[in-house]
Write a protein that binds this ligand. Structure first.
Ligand code: CP
Length: 311
């Protein structure tokens, strides 16, 4: 274990992770996959520790995989949703976290629709905090499981051409993947209509290596990985798109586009998908599509992170 990882208490985004630390977590996740392949998929590593999953926003993959990950490490797991809790009586996020600490929580996993909520929690909680997705800001564990899936299939990240296509403006997955992919040496292209990208200068100022494209057929030519993103209608203002049909025609990963890419290009999507909008059902089930593997890898990656942060 490196000094950097040994001292880390929180995982709020990948912006403060070194390439070595990311690779270490991916290596640990590979070991966790071995645990998950056993008949008894459980090790005593976090026995006696309490992990609280705080979900203020809907989730299927992230919430369930964090629960499975914590259980596979023998932690006590408590699932907290804002609905049905004292949040509905007006209790603040800070008071909620203080309450969880008083109840004995050692680690908190938080998803919130407000960007920055995990950082606020980290300032008021003595244990470790993992960001499970905040607003449009960050989703570090999604990026880690994406990196693991790419590395497993293509051997390494360095030098790969990765194209992220879709609603980039609202995407925390795109932002965390940009940190992870560029730290590990991938060449990243962002492709979206101008209204779903925002100012190109924002992206190139933060990640100078990144390329911008508004034409999906040009962007994905020769790509090693194409990552389609969901249209986040819940975060979208009116008027960003002329129509779903026009958007799909110009930007969806269709069977025709898949055929032009060839069989070696990995097709990814963080989920949940709008099938027929940003990705076609025939593409979802194609042999080079790894969406289910991304979900599966989520458990091992989250085990790795819980283990490393519990230190
Ligand atoms: N990728 C992802 O975060 O999915 P959920 O919203 O289902 O957790």
């Amino acid at each position: 274990m490196t000094i950097a990882t040994a001292r880390r208490r929180h995982a709020l985004d990948l912006d403060d992770f070194t390439p070595e630390e990311i690779e270490e977590i991916l290596d640990t996740a590979e070991s966790m996959k071995e645990v998950l392949s056993r008949e008894i998929k459980q090790v005593p590593t976090l026995r006696g520790r309490t992990v609280v999953n705080m979900f203020y926003e809907e989730s299927t993959r992230t919430r369930i995989s964090f629960e499975l990950a914590a259980r596979a490490l023998s932690a006590n797991v408590v699932s907290f949703t804002a609905r049905g809790s004292s949040v509905e009586k007006g209790e603040s996020l800070i008071d909620t976290v203080r309450t969880l600490q008083a109840l004995g929580a050692d680690m908190v996993v938080i998803r919130h629709n407000q960007s920055g909520a995990p950082h606020l929690v980290a300032r008021h909680f003595a244990g470790g905090v993992i960001n499970a997705g905040d607003g449009r800001h960050a989703h570090p564990t999604q990026a880690l499981l994406d990196l693991l899936t790419i590395r497993e299939h293509l051997g390494q990240i360095r030098g790969l051409k990765v194209v992220i296509v879709g609603d980039i403006l609202h995407s925390r997955v795109a932002r965390s993947n940009l940190w992870g992919l560029t730290r590990l040496g991938a060449e990243v292209t962002l492709c979206a209509p101008p209204t779903l990208l925002g100012p190109a200068a924002y992206w190139t100022a933060t990640w100078p290596q990144v390329k911008i494209s508004y034409k999906v057929d040009e962007a994905i030519a020769g790509a090693d990985v194409v990552m389609a993103l969901r249209l986040q209608k819940e975060r979208m203002q009116a008027g960003l798109l002329p129509s779903l049909r026009e958007y799909s025609r110009a930007y969806a990963i269709t069977p025709e586009r898949l055929a032009r890419l060839g069989e070696k290009t990995l097709i990814m999507h963080p989920g949940p998908m709008n099938e027929g909008v940003e990705i076609w059902p025939e593409v979802v089930t194609a042999p080079n599509t790894v969406i289910d593997e991304q979900v599966t890898n989520g458990v091992a990656v989250r085990m790795a992170l819980l283990y490393r942060l519990a230190g």
